[in-house]
Design a binder for this molecule. Structure first.
Ligand SMILES: NC(=O)CCC(=O)C(=O)O
Length: 283
């Protein structure tokens, strides 16, 4: 049994205020015994006009957010996953929506750049989201070995693309994290069912840390951070507002489910020529 935690926040554009909001929640998770703690997407900067400046500061000597994550991880002796921050791959380049992983010594051990950017029209006050204006596209899948097992990294909108999660499972993931800033409207429709589906398909634990509430500027996020087990059961979830969810993951339970229903061994690729043949037949 390993304790893991998801932190739910209501972040705004003030980086220092967000870090001040996160610090006591991280401490609470560590005090509860969590070995791995997940922060939500955009935990340090939400709704900012210029993400480029924030990313540049992380490439300079200052690195306010990266250093915060490293210090918090080593101070509490936890593995800390910084949901997402704007971080270019090199100074002067466009930032990526980047998830950083720090070990319990405060060393950065992994980086994942969000693959699927949220360029979507949502029916809440007719909002348009255009993440690709601010961020570049990631191009790699990333797993990292931690004391709670092999962890696959993903971010928010990624959860709608099951092939990423199958690839993470094939890369050995046992726990997949989904730091998020899921909108209130799309969350009410799809949040839980998507997370449960990804857990069932991959037979992994899914740990999702969401933003949850009304943000400065009027955007509303769904909350309901949760842990889903490899059978698809929601083991625990928050409502809205700031909070910490702390739950255990059990490798024996995961291995039993995988042994009884070995979907990964049964997976067959649908041959492209079969699709063509079916289309011809209906002509
Ligand atoms: N920041 C995001 O990726 C939002 C994703 C979301 O709300 C969705 O419905 O998908």
């Amino acid at each position: 049994m390993h304790l893991v935690a998801a932190i739910q926040m209501i972040s705004g554009p003030d980086v220092q205020a967000n870090l001040d909001q996160a610090a006591p929640l991280i401490a609470q998770a560590a005090q509860a015994g969590a070995k791995l703690v997940l922060l939500p997407e955009c935990f340090a900067a939400f709704g900012n006009r210029s993400l480029k400046e924030i990313g540049e500061a992380e490439c300079s000597g200052q690195q306010p957010i990266t250093r915060f994550l490293s210090r918090q991880a080593s101070k509490h002796g936890i593995w800390l996953i910084g949901g997402s921050i704007p971080l270019p791959r090199a100074a002067g380049k466009k930032p990526m929506a980047c998830c950083l992983v720090f070990d319990d010594q405060g060393q950065q051990v992994a980086r994942y750049d969000k693959l699927h950017l949220f360029d979507v029209e949502v029916e809440d006050n007719h909002r348009s989201y255009r993440e690709s204006k601010d961020y570049g596209y990631g191009d790699a899948i990333v797993c990292v070995d931690t004391p709670v097992g092999r962890v696959g990294l993903s971010i928010c909108y990624d959860v709608r693309f099951p092939e990423l999660y199958v690839a993470l499972r094939q890369a050995g993931a046992e726990l997949i994290v989904v730091p998020s800033a899921f909108t209130a409207v799309t969350g009410a429709a799809h949040w839980e069912v998507l997370l449960r589906a990804r857990a069932i398909e991959t037979q992994c634990y899914i740990l999702a840390a969401n933003q949850g509430g009304l943000h400065p500027g009027g955007r509303e996020t769904f909350g309901r951070s949760c842990l889903v087990d490899p059978w698809g059961e929601v083991m625990d979830s928050l409502t809205t507002g700031e909070g910490v969810l702390c739950q255990s993951i059990d490798h024996d339970h995961l291995n039993t489910i995988r042994a009884r229903m070995p979907v990964d061994r049964h997976r067959r690729l649908v041959p492209a020529q079969a699709i063509v043949a079916a289309a011809k037949e209906s002509d």
